[in-house]
Design a protein around this ligand. Structure first.
Ligand code: GLY
Length: 372
């Protein structure tokens, strides 16, 4: 067992809607503000070649007018991604790159990734390798992408063997997070995103945890100020973590709380039954049961975490999934290094620890307890 990570004491200041991510590649702003998409052109370089917008038909149908206002008359080309995890493959990247060349793309082009996590991943990776790398601006439109996958520079696609196994770190020029676009997000997707918010609270923000406990009604009703504040705190935490450890050699691993179990569940259920955030919700339950069993986490805090996850449910029922099969899958997670499974376990609300070498029987028991 190793690596304790201290919680951060600061809390979101309502006047501060811009956070900065600082990495070896670049320093860039992550703006959280209702209406910020309308100011997109402020973040574009003055002189660029073709501007490409990668988006899905449904996002385009709902928000094209908003983006057009943000582009303030700058001409652009739309690239449609049909959506879906199954199309997040290298073949799609190749087809999109061909399309960009045919439509005049070159090294001076800029890509805007306008959509949920899959579009952010695909667009980021396309930008990372098109003409050996062009700038990308991330415009996440789901709660999950706004609080997690839209910032931090991880990009990539899936292989037959697993999710996100090919990719690159490609930091964007900017991330614009406009909570107004969440108004049209389907309820199940919104709730799935809330599990990533719970993750953020447990790993590093007791204040956010309190907000989620005490303002559940406002959070679920998408009360604008509460939502903006909640997203901003997640972005503050993520910006801080990525700035400290872009390549996930150390601190960034805490962002995987709930994900090791969650990825195993997604794979075991064929990526068809669970949304990513829901798998993370179930994964956080397993991690909490395990931390309790290892006597790392006091009972009252474990109870609060489990209760909070339940409060933002319902989580899909997966009681038919074999804990044995899940425990086996943990071994093939890409965070497993030389056969050693690394788990992120809570030791307090706002503080987690990376743990390895846990007895497989205890892991199986925790999974059994977590599956609904
Ligand atoms: N979603 C985890 C990370 O960005 O590191």
């Amino acid at each position: 067992m190793f690596h304790s990570v201290a919680p951060c004491a600061s809390w979101y200041n309502v006047d501060m809607a811009t956070f900065h991510v600082t990495t070896a590649q670049r320093r860039y702003p992550a703006v959280v503000q209702r209406g910020c998409l309308e100011r997109l052109s402020d973040h574009l370089p003055e002189r660029t070649g073709k501007i490409f917008v990668l988006t899905t038909p449904d996002v385009w149908q709902r928000h094209a007018a908003r983006l057009a206002r943000g582009l303030a008359g700058r001409s652009h080309e739309i690239l449609f991604y049909p959506g879906g995890e199954e199309r997040k493959r290298l073949a799609t990247i190749e087809a999109l790159a061909e399309e960009m060349v045919q439509r005049g793309g070159d090294r001076s082009s800029v890509l805007l990734a306008f959509g949920g996590g899959i579009v952010n991943d695909v667009g980021g990776f396309l930008a990372a390798i098109f003409m050996r790398g062009i700038p990308v601006i991330q415009l996440p439109t789901t709660l999950l992408a706004q609080v997690d996958s839209g910032l931090g520079g991880k990009t990539g696609v899936n292989l037959e063997s697993g999710k996100n196994l090919v990719g690159a770190f490609h930091q964007p020029l900017a991330v614009l997070i406009d909570p107004e676009v969440l108004g049209t997000l389907p309820e199940r997707e919104y709730r799935a995103g809330l599990f990533e918010v719970v993750k953020c609270a447990v790993i590093r923000s007791p204040e956010l945890f309190d907000l989620l406990e005490t303002r559940r009604g406002d959070v679920l009703a998408r009360e604008p100020e509460t939502v903006e504040r909640m997203i901003a705190e997640c972005v503050r935490v993520k910006a801080e973590v990525v700035s400290a450890d872009e390549r996930e050699s150390d601190l960034r691993r805490i962002l995987n709380f709930g994900h090791t179990f969650g990825h195993a569940l997604e794979a075991e259920t064929g990526y068809a039954r669970l949304l990513h955030g829901e798998a993370v919700g179930l994964g956080m339950r397993a991690a909490t049961f395990l931390a309790r069993r290892l006597e790392m986490l006091p009972e009252p805090e474990a109870e609060r975490i489990l209760k909070l996850i339940e409060a933002y449910g319902p989580l899909p029922r997966v009681g038919d999934v074999s804990p044995q099969a899940l425990a086996l899958r943990l071994r093939s997670d890409k965070k497993t290094v030389r056969g050693e499974v690394h788990l992120v376990l809570p030791e307090a609300i706002g503080r987690v620890r990376i743990v390895s070498g846990v007895d497989e029987r205890l892991v199986r028991e925790a999974i059994e307890a977590a599956l609904l």
